[in-house]
Structure formats: structure tokens, C-alpha cells
Ligand binder design. Structure first.
Ligand SMILES: [Zn+2]
Length: 508
């Protein structure tokens, strides 16, 4: 393909820390692109439609990490991009089918996409495609093409376009004339870029061990939607028009690749399908379908015939129906029904560990939602993030083993300092133990994790006020150490805020 953008054509990245050089046709440096991405991400983190569901987060990471590994092994992902970029797959509470890549290694996945795909391989094909837009520096090339535009303005336009994808009517009113065209230019990758994302993404997902048919399956879904002219619920189709050449290329790739494995029919594949059905059902409920959308899920689950034996294996479809029905019933505050549906799911999935874990987590989550504070069950395994956070919430609700909870969470955040949810739970855990300073500091760190430095500075100042007033409850002999950590962090955040203000001035 002579029109493909080869990586050899890319200009070398500028030294890190350099501000984006405008009027330069080469791509933005990785760190400049990251800073623009951070600006966009900090707005998304504050958007009520942003969500960090630990269960779906683990599911997405289980697909994302193998893709990253494969991209690294293929040489698509170099060490510089890997360390400079955020690599954050953000979840968006939106029922439409969409995924997008943003500057700096931020990606977004709508709940509607997870709910719509039939297999994790289909989801992997979309993520591999978006990952490729990032690793091939398509975004930085689009941004640096806009010579007269300041990168921050570009960031603002992308945010506007994101809002547009969520609410077309509102955004059309807000964005008019030349700006709307500019947004289109910003977000529309060229046809060559799309084909490159398909081609490289296909290789990445295959190398990562996903079923190549996932790519074709996703294309079939998009094709069906485009025939139905279903653009409203398929924004992905607007940003990724299905040209006949894209379709032909994917089909050709499947036929040409001698290694194409037959669609797997192993037990492992069956388990993966069942897990996916449960996760898709979860995404459907978390997408916020409203009462009218939740009720049919409950009715469908209630209509499932009771098996003769409780532990009889479920089809993937039935597992999804029970999972979605239980969660929907809980959202509708029918806690007894939720418990009974989750109980059926738990009994049927017990023999297979990969299925039992999500069912067990669901059962505990539903007990918590029902307001349970006594005798909440303990999860058998808390090695996953979802299980650790859920178990911590349950223990906090019961006031059980608080020291162990804060110890486990402290350990987690020291390895995952950008985990805002874990920092929040840690703040609660310290608060319940009367350790005021540590609680405020953990709260501050959760704001830092979401790039809200202003709010973080307010928290650190509050902590300094507590120290000055001598009300440093709980810190005891450690109060001196705690106070010095807080002072250091407060200074670091002040510095970040100063840099941010300076950058904005320079780019205005
Ligand atoms: Zn694309």
C-alpha cells in the first residue's frame, strides 16, 4: 500500500519538555501531546458521565494489556511513548456505540460499545484500532497540521466535539460556522490513517492472541448499523465510515493470513463468551437506560426457567440475562429479587472459577446496595482491583478489620498512585479510624489522580490548618512525619499549578 504512512516517515520526537512548536509540520513531542491530553482528561474526569467501574475496568484491562504487550513486541509502541503517555482507558456512561482515542494516550470506551459487541475479540478489534491511532501518532499529526491553531484551542475543540458526540443537538447550537468545520478536521482521521489503524490493529490483536474473526464480526455489526442508518446510536460509524475498501481489506486480510485459526470452540472460549455476556449485561445497566430500560432486563431474567439442578451450567446468554436482571433489579430497589437472581447465577457458576468470581462480586455488590452492614460475605479472592475495592467497601460498611483495609489500600495506591477510587476508599478507611490528617491527605491524592490540582491544593491546605490547630487526630507520634509529607506534597502541587498557569499564558 503505497499511500500508507510508514513509520520511517515520522520526524523524530523533539526533546521532552519542549513546548509544542507551532507552524512546524512534524508531530508534537510526546510530552507536549500528553499535556494536552491531561487537560482534556481532567475535564472528562469531572464529567458526570465519566465512570470508573472497577469490574468493567478489570475487564477492559484484561483486553488492553495483551494489546499493549503485542504492540510493544511488534515495535509499534516504543519506550518513549510508553513512559510519557497516560494509557488510560476511560469508561463513559453512554449507551451509544463508540470508542475514541485522545491526545496523550487517553482512550474512551462507551458503555454502549461493551454492551453491543458479542465477544471480547470484537472489543479487542476496536481497542487495537484505537491503540494504533495513538502509537502511529495520528493524533499528533492531525494537531500539528493545524498550524495556526494553538494546541490548547485544539484541546478545547476536541472537548466540544466530545460533547457533540453525546448530545448532537446541544452541540450544534453551541458550535457554529468555521468552528464546527475545524472540529471535524480535528477529529477526522484521514482515510489512510483509518486503513493503517485497521491494518496494524489487526496484527496487534492477532499477536495478542485474540480471534481474528473479532475484526470481521465488528465490521459486520457496523455494516448492519449503517444499513439501518442507525447513526444516532452508532457515533463510531460517523468517525469510522465503512468504505468498501476498508471492508474489502479486512476480508482479504482474513483470507490471506494462513495462520487464521478456526473460530475456537474450546471450553476456554466458552468461558470467555460467558464472562463477556455478563460484562455486556453490566455495561447495559451502567449505561443508564432509565427505569424503562431496566424493567425489561428484570422481566427477561424472571422468565428464565428454573433449572432442575441449581449447579447446571448456564449458556452464555442466560448468564448474561441473570447478571443483567439482578443488577437491574438492584437499581430498581427490588433487593429481594436481585438477591435471588444473583443467587441463581452464583450457584450455576460456582464450578468454574473464572465465572464464579464475577458472580460472587455481583452478589456482594448487591448486598451493599441493599444497605447491608452485617455479615456481608467475604470474597474468596481479592487479587483483582475490582475484588479488592469491593471487599474494602464491604469491610468499611461493617467497620470490620479497618487497619487491614487501610493497609491493603495503602499498598495498592503505592503501586497504582493514579487510582482515584482507591485513594477515596483509603480516605474513608482513615477517617473511620480517626486519622484525620491521613484521611485528608488520601482525599487530596484522589484529586491529584484525577488531575484536579486546584481541589488537591485546597485539601492539602485544609490538612495544614489541622496541623496548625493541633487537631491532628490519630497521627500521634507520626504527626511530625505526616506533617512533613503534607508540606512537601502541597509545595509540589503549588508548583504544578504555577506551571499550568504559565503554560496557559504562553499558549494564549
Ligand atoms: Zn479510527
Amino acid at each position: 500500500m503505497s499511500t500508507d504512512l510508514s513509520r520511517a516517515q515520522q520526524a523524530p520526537a523533539r526533546p521532552s519538555g519542549a513546548l509544542p512548536a507551532l507552524g512546524d509540520t512534524s508531530e508534537l513531542s510526546a510530552s507536549a501531546e500528553r499535556r494536552i491530553g491531561d487537560r482534556i482528561a481532567s475535564s472528562i474526569y469531572r464529567d458526570p458521565d465519566y465512570l470508573d467501574d472497577p469490574v468493567l475496568g478489570d475487564y477492559l484491562q484484561g483486553i488492553w494489556q495483551p494489546l499493549m504487550t503485542a504492540a510493544r513486541a511488534r515495535g509499534e509502541l516504543g519506550p518513549e511513548l510508553e513512559t510519557r503517555f497516560a494509557w488510560d482507558v476511560m469508561q463513559i456512561r453512554d449507551r451509544s456505540v463508540n470508542a475514541f482515542a485522545l491526545p496523550g494516550g487517553y482512550l474512551g470506551v462507551h458503555m454502549g460499545l461493551i454492551a453491543a459487541v458479542s465477544t471480547r475479540d470484537e472489543l479487542a478489534s476496536v481497542l487495537a484500532h484505537e491503540l494504533t491511532h495513538v502509537t502511529q501518532r495520528h493524533i499528533s499529526r492531525l494537531m500539528s497540521k493545524q498550524k495556526e491553531q494553538m494546541p490548547w484551542l485544539v484541546a478545547a475543540m476536541i472537548l466540544g466535539a466530545l460533547a457533540a458526540s453525546k448530545n448532537p443537538e446541544l452541540a450544534n447550537a453551541a458550535i457554529t460556522g468555521g468552528q464546527a468545520a475545524a472540529v471535524q478536521n480535528q477529529l477526522n482521521f484521514s482515510r489512510d490513517m483509518e486503513r493503517e489503524a485497521d491494518r496494524v490493529g489487526f496484527g496487534v490483536m492477532s499477536d495478542a492472541g485474540f480471534d481474528q474473526l473479532g475484526f470481521a464480526g465488528m465490521f459486520d455489526k457496523l455494516q448492519q448499523a449503517s444499513r439501518l442508518n442507525d447513526n444516532g446510536s452508532f457515533p463510531y460509524l460517523r468517525s469510522h465510515p465503512l468504505t468498501t475498501e476498508r471492508i474489502a481489506e479486512v476480508k482479504g486480510r482474513l483470507q490471506l493470513d494462513g495462520n487464521t485459526p478456526p473460530s475456537r470452540a474450546t471450553a476456554e472460549a466458552g468461558t470467555a463468551r460467558t464472562v463477556h455476556a455478563m460484562m455486556a449485561a453490566r455495561a447495559r445497566v451502567l449505561g443508564g437506560p432509565g427505569v424503562d430500560g431496566l424493567r425489561p432486563l428484570v422481566i427477561e431474567a424472571q422468565a428464565l426457567p428454573q433449572p432442575a439442578v441449581a449447579t447446571a451450567p448456564l449458556t452464555a446468554r442466560d448468564a448474561g440475562i441473570l447478571y443483567g436482571g439482578a443488577l437491574a433489579a438492584s437499581r430498581l430497589r427490588d433487593h429481594a429479587l436481585a438477591r435471588s437472581l444473583a443467587g441463581r447465577l452464583k450457584a450455576a457458576t460456582a464450578p468454574t472459577r473464572a465465572l464464579a468470581e464475577p458472580a460472587e462480586c455481583l452478589a456482594l455488590e448487591l448486598e451493599l446496595a441493599a444497605g447491608g452492614t452485617t455479615a456481608l460475605p467475604r470474597l474468596a479472592n481479592t487479587s483483582s482491583r475490582a475484588a479488592l475495592l469491593l471487599q474494602s467497601r464491604a469491610d468499611l460498611a461493617m467497620g470490620r478489620g479497618l487497619q487491614d483495609v487501610s493497609g491493603a489500600l495503602q499498598n495498592w495506591v503505592s503501586n497504582h498512585p493514579r487510582d482515584a477510587v482507591a485513594w477515596q476508599l483509603l480516605a474513608t478507611a482513615y477517617g473511620q479510624q480517626g486519622q484525620t490528617l491521613r484521611a485528608i491527605r488520601a482525599d487530596a491524592e484522589s484529586r491529584v489522580a484525577q488531575l484536579d490540582y486546584g481541589a488537591a491544593r485546597d485539601r492539602f491546605r485544609a490538612a495544614q490548618d489541622v496541623i496548625r490547630s493541633g487537631r491532628d487526630g490519630g497521627a500521634g507520634a507520626n504527626s511530625y512525619i505526616e506533617a512533613s509529607i503534607i508540606d512537601t506534597r502541597a509545595r509540589e502541587i503549588d508548583q504544578l499549578l504555577r506551571e499550568q498557569a504559565l503554560e496557559e499564558k504562553l499558549n494564549r
